[in-house]
Design a protein. Structure first.
Length: 543
């Protein structure tokens, strides 16, 4: 039975989050049933009994997120053993105790998928995505569920939103290809599937749909060649959360680990997921294998910096630099550690050294550009963003950052020209289409013909992918053409869609243009002055 102190703490936490009328989280927790273990192998039954005993002993001393994680861990243990009813209760308890943590509804969705309860799985993935849009497997799971249940447009929206800013996930390209194939857009499907295979050449399962796409284009020979390569290996997706619920295989030999399964790759993933203890454990493994691994030490420094331990971060960064004094990654890490600790001037010096050591490294260009934007040095920022785009010409957010720098520097016409040149090379890059329309619409020197063309491009993009950002771009283009009622209505729709995402800062930004459109005022910049493109965040510890 929970102590009075623990019950009071939980009640206070919920009251602060949900208001005075909320009930305590503890009241939402159900007792996880004791499973019947008689049909399980004796060794497995013993392990489950010990795990449950350890949980029951520990939970009376836990509160908040720690208690939620304990329930989730019990749910995973039961789920892996095939005890789905008990697992469902434990995961529901975890979700109730930590209502702002997207991990637990995601695991609920994975469990419901294992139970073949697809409507419940989709609902759980929706809840998870509303809480956590950064963990890629959540986006993939929700998009897949939407696609399978007939909501192809929204599934495509989730996929395109990610690919507009990132080009690193073969699974997202595979989903894009599958969606296009279902809609008989064979050329688009083939291109997406080929890109997925380029990122993950071992994903031979993709050759099946690729053959279908090529056949649809009338290329029977290429289709036959692809079909001959078809296998059963899907595109990779690093998903330690989802895999934790997968039942352990009976006895097959373990396959060789993929590149993404190395300790360094795992550590990078867990750093992005803010799972710092797990990232450290993976890096300890890498350093045990090679204590002089400067790359592992550099990544360790980043983990400590993100976790807020500046001294440990500096120590690891110095170790990396001593082992590789001319290595661009070690030099870059020195800058990252210093910026995270608040010393921007020193950080920029190290970023410049990293660029001098290896001009092909993209991150120092990004960080130097962001620092220049914060300092109001817009021309210098634009040069760094151009360098970034020369290295990554499909990086949509870099076009937006370049547009912001040039617009803030009073060079919107130059921005429109540069973006127009890029658009001719990459006409299907959604975020580039959006950004170019925004720049032309907000630039006072744009001709009437250019503004009309921007509106048509924005309209076509909106029809294909009606995200809040694309809706706002069309609203801005409509305003530039004097269509104030349309602009106001479209911006209202963008606000409505943003409200569903629950991000208060994002909603406030959409309201800025809404008020201007109501007053028949055309914005002077592609985004509101408060937008993060004009004020990039400084690196800082992330709890």
């Amino acid at each position: 039975m929970p102590s009075t102190f623990r019950r009071s703490c939980l009640f206070l936490a919920c009251a602060l989050l949900l208001g005075a009328g909320a009930v305590s989280a503890e009241a939402l927790v159900k007792t996880v049933p004791q499973p019947a273990l008689g049909r399980l192998p004796a060794e497995q039954a013993r392990e489950l009994t010990e795990a449950r005993k350890a949980f029951d002993e520990a939970r009376v001393n836990l509160v908040g997120d720690a208690l939620a994680q304990a329930y989730a861990q019990l749910g995973v243990i039961y789920g892996r053993a095939g005890l789905h009813e008990e697992a469902a209760v434990a995961l529901a308890d975890a979700a109730a105790l930590a209502p702002n943590d997207g991990r637990w509804p995601y695991l609920q969705g994975v469990l419901e998928h294992l139970r073949k309860n697809e409507p419940a799985a989709r609902a759980a993935f929706e809840r998870a995505y509303a809480l956590d849009k950064t963990y890629v497997p959540i986006r993939v799971a929700l998009a897949t569920a939407l696609m399978e249940q007939g909501a192809a447009d929204r599934a495509g929206q989730l996929v395109e939103e990610y690919l507009a800013a990132h080009q690193d996930q073969p699974k997202l390209y595979a989903l894009k290809g599958e969606l296009a194939l279902r809609q008989r857009r064979y050329a688009e499907a083939a291109t997406a599937l080929q890109q997925a295979l380029k990122l993950d050449p071992g994903a031979d399962k993709l050759y099946g749909p690729l053959a279908e796409a090529l056949q649809g284009q009338g290329d029977a020979a290429a289709a036959g060649a692809a079909r001959a390569k078809a296998g059963a290996t899907p595109p990779r997706l690093v998903d330690p959360l989802g895999m934790s619920l997968a039942a352990a295989p009976a006895a097959p030999a373990a396959p060789a680990k993929a590149e993404s399964d190395t300790p360094m790759q795992q550590a990078a993933f867990f750093l992005a997921a803010r799972q710092y203890p797990t990232a450290r454990a993976q890096l300890d493994l890498a350093l045990k294998a090679n204590p002089r691994d400067s790359a592992a030490l550099a990544l360790y420094a980043r983990v400590e910096a993100a976790a807020g331990d500046a001294l440990a971060a500096q120590h690891r960064a110095e170790q990396a630099l001593q082992l590789a004094p001319n290595d661009a990654l070690a030099l870059l890490t020195q800058g990252v550690v210093r910026e995270t600790a608040g010393d921007e001037a020193a950080a920029q010096s190290w970023y410049a050294k990293a660029v001098a050591a290896n001009a092909e490294l993209t991150e120092p260009h990004q960080l130097l550009g962001d620092a220049a934007m914060r300092a109001g040095q817009y021309a210098r920022a634009a040069e760094q963003y151009r360098a970034l785009l020369r290295l990554e010409p499909l990086r949509g957010d870099a076009y937006a950052q370049l547009a912001a720098a040039l617009s803030a520097d009073g060079k919107c016409q130059q921005a429109a020209k540069e973006l127009g040149d890029s658009l001719r090379e990459h006409p299907r890059l959604a975020l580039l289409v959006q950004v170019q329309a925004r720049v032309v619409a907000s630039c006072r020197t744009s001709s009437a013909q250019d503004r009309a063309a921007a509106r048509e491009r924005a309209k076509q993009l909106y029809r294909q992918l009606p995200t809040p950002g694309n809706t706002e771009a069309l609203a801005l283009a409509a305003a530039a053409n004097g269509e104030w009622d349309d602009a106001t209505q479209l911006q209202g729709a963008a606000i409505f869609d943003a409200v569903k995402g629950g991000d208060a800062a994002e909603i406030a930004l959409y309201k800025v243009f809404f008020q201007q459109f109501q007053a028949k005022q055309l914005p002077e910049r592609p985004w509101p002055p408060q937008h993060p493109y004009f004020h990039p965040a400084r690196l800082a510890p992330v709890p």
